[in-house]
Write a protein that binds this ligand. Structure first.
Ligand SMILES: Nc1ncnc2c1ncn2[C@@H]1O[C@H](COP(=O)(O)OP(=O)(O)OP(=O)(O)O)[C@@H](O)[C@H]1O
Ligand SMILES: [Mg+2]
Length: 319
């Protein structure tokens, strides 16, 4: 069983515009889709489509539209009752692939709702192989919620992945080495925030084909107590640092259609390879194959096994 936790889920409304977005203009929408979303929900969907037993845990009222949307997808989920309505996040896509995202903050959770969500997650995690903690935190949740959850989850024997940004990511790293965990998946901006590097320099080096600055920054996080650091670099691929070594994977060059869900698909790919007992190189290749497959699929479409080819990913060992 793989459990995902989406602290601040969203109903994702994606509108395709008939012409490029102009500030202050009036736009018509060619098509609109509404789907249950949030990073942990996306990770769970990829894993579920790959045949894994999953459970997506999220705070949401039983009559919330996101629960109806989840039921319609058939994704196993556990919604923990809250009083507010789950947010709607709006994505505007244009014909050339440009996407504009407008994210709401989400409903405010009470202390009792935060405790109830944590209790449900811990119950689900008992006996699980992996737990993925994904995305932003809702108002009302403590900024170190993920760090506290890591501390509560690790004694259950599961492996824990964290994919978040800004203050919640900083808090989970500040809690190291005490609240040590198994996988963190920063992108170049998040990695730079955590390590004090310049994000433009990190990304530019990787684009030039020199992943060593990213690997050095990722290694500094690994040394603080995260077993595996998967630093994703968009079109430049990803770097993995573990106790066994450091590797760089080039992203297959594909026509990019929508990068929505690329990071979440990378996390799902890593976990899929990890539960299959794969080597670090293969975990990295599977993560990048999933991320790049997501980038090559239109809209919010997430990769299915037939979309993914880890053998096509070129891996380099970094000394
Ligand atoms: N333009 C692209 N071309 C090819 N692959 C891509 C592209 N963008 C993303 N990917 C793939 O997706 C992975 C994750 O992308 P990225 O580093 O942008 O994640 P992220 O910023 O965390 O995304 P998210 O917005 O989903 O959180 C990359 O490692 C790569 O495999
Ligand atoms: Mg991300």
């Amino acid at each position: 069983m793989i459990v995902t936790f989406t602290a601040n889920p969203s109903l994702d409304r994606t509108a395709t515009l008939d012409r490029p977005l102009t500030r202050g203009g009036v736009h018509r929408v060619d098509s609109v889709t509404v789907e249950a979303g949030g990073k942990g929900v996306n990770v769970a969907r990829v894993l579920h489509d790959a045949g894994q037993e999953v459970l997506a845990v999220l705070p949401a009222g039983s009559s919330d539209p996101i629960v109806a949307a989840l039921r319609a997808t058939g994704l196993p989920h556990a919604a923990v009752e809250i009083s507010g309505t789950v947010r709607t996040n709006l994505t505007l896509t244009e014909a050339d692939g440009t996407t504009t995202k407008i994210n709401e903050p989400g409903p405010t959770l009470t202390d009792a709702q935060v405790d109830a969500a944590a209790a449900r997650l811990l119950a689900a995690a008992d006996g699980a192989a992996w737990v993925a903690l994904s995305g932003s935190l809702p108002p009302g949740a403590p900024v170190d919620w993920y760090a506290r959850l890591v501390t509560a989850l690790k004694p259950l024997g599961c492996l824990v992945a964290v994919d978040t940004s800004d203050a919640p990511l900083q808090a989970v790293v500040d809690a190291l080495p005490g609240a040590a965990f198994d996988l963190v998946k920063p992108n170049s901006e998040e990695l730079a925030q955590l390590t004090g590097e310049d994000p433009i320099w990190l990304e530019a080096s990787a684009k030039r084909g020199d992943p060593r600055p990213v690997a050095a920054a990722a290694r500094s996080l690994h040394e603080r107590g995260v077993s595996a650091v998967l630093a994703t670099l968009g079109a430049a691929g990803a770097v993995l640092v573990t106790a066994e070594g450091s590797w760089y994977a080039e992203a297959p060059s594909i026509p990019v259609r929508s990068t929505v869900g690329a990071g979440d698909s990378s996390v799902a790919g890593y976990i899929l390879a990890a539960v299959a007992g794969a080597s670090p190189e293969r975990r990295l290749a599977t993560a990048v194959a999933h991320g790049s497959a997501a980038a090559g699929l239109a809209g919010t479409t997430l990769p299915k096994p037939g979309d993914v080819d880890p053998d096509a990913v070129v891996i380099h060992r970094i000394d």
